[in-house]
Design a protein around this ligand. Structure first.
Ligand code: BV8
Length: 261
């Protein structure tokens, strides 16, 4: 074990030095970083959100138009644990990293809002947020969810069209400004982290290849052990909530301990 009980076998020394020198870090997160906050991921065979439902019925515009109450209620049920969940040490470590690295961009596919609650300031939500709703008529956006009355889903207070979760469904384009910022950041970063994502959803997953083509060091942290495909890649298969605090403390030893709030 190394300083502060950091298992040196986990953190390759070259990586610590690379991060210490980094001027621009880009992080892409997926559902895996919220797993230690108690929120389910999507594709885990037993516990995944999509292991026993049809995605096309619940995470597409067609599915919503076919059965608005079914889709509204499915998201309303997911919103409760997301609001109750606490940011874990992985979220907190990324908020600390943002304070330490000159240019730091955090892009998330997650819709749970935990990065913001952990203190990350610059968060790009590629797939929207469970914390917001918008209407079908004119895309009026509202923070928070209205109390459900007799109308399920509720109606927009401005134009009376149906409300829907402000998330990006399959077949929908990503928010233009968010996607543009993400592509730019991927072309400019020295280090690209992919944390807690299976990398199965495009175009978000392609950001890794964009960064790698631009010469960035790639660090992949998830639980799937995959063969390394390039000398510029690190594959770390520890839980993000353990790995990231270790990493931050190895690079910035004066950083405060990251414990779940
Ligand atoms: C679009 C919101 C243009 C809703 C989600 C090529 C190019 C462009 C598009 C496509 C393409 N090929 C196919 C497409 C279409 C489609 C797509 O990608 N389909 C896939 C399934 C093949 N993409 C789209 O439709 C996108 N739109 O491209 O616009 C366009 C326009 C019109 C027509 C065509 C194209 C929109 C995609 C957005 C979909 N919405 N979410 C909701 O959440 O309900 S996607 C959903 O999946 C979530 O956002 C989630 O974040 C994302 C990815 O899942 P992960 O986060 O990776 O979660 P997963 O369970 O898969 O993996 C968890 C990982 O964590 C695992 O690796 C595990 O090992 C790891 N882990 C677990 N615990 C831990 C951990 N790691 C570390 N520590 C732990 N403790």
């Amino acid at each position: 074990m190394g300083k502060d009980n950091i298992p040196c076998s986990v953190i390759p020394q070259g990586l610590v030095e690379t991060l210490r020198q980094a001027r621009s870090v880009l992080v892409l997160t997926g559902a895996g970083i919220s797993a230690e906050s108690g929120l389910p991921t999507y594709r885990n065979a037993e516990t995944g959100l999509w292991s026993n439902v049809h995605v096309e019925d619940l995470a597409t515009v067609t599915g919503f138009r076919r059965n608005p109450p079914l889709v509204w209620n499915w998201y309303a049920e997911r919103r409760v644990p997301a609001l109750q969940a606490l940011p874990n040490a992985g979220h907190l470590a990324l908020a600390e990293m943002e304070r330490r690295v000159p240019t730091f961009v955090l892009i998330t596919q997650n819709i749970d809002g935990l990065h913001q609650r952990a203190g990350s300031l610059r968060v790009i939500e590629l797939h929207g947020s469970l914390g917001r709703v918008k209407c079908l008529g004119y895309q009026h956006v509202f923070e928070g969810w209205p109390a459900t009355g007799e109308d399920v889903p509720p109606r927009c207070p401005q134009c009376r069209s149906r409300l829907r979760p402000d998330v990006v469904w399959f077949g929908e384009s990503l928010p233009q400004e968010a996607w543009s910022q993400a592509k730019q950041a991927a072309k400019r970063c020295d280090v690209f982290f992919s944390i807690g994502t299976s990398g199965m959803v495009e175009p978000a997953a392609g950001l890794l290849q964009t960064a790698e083509r631009a010469g960035a060091t790639i660090i992949v942290n998830n639980l799937e052990v995959e063969p390394l495909t390039s000398p510029h890649r690190y594959q770390l298969n520890e839980q993000a909530g353990e790995l990231l605090p270790w990493l931050v403390q190895a690079v910035w030893p004066d950083s405060s301990p990251m414990v779940t709030v």
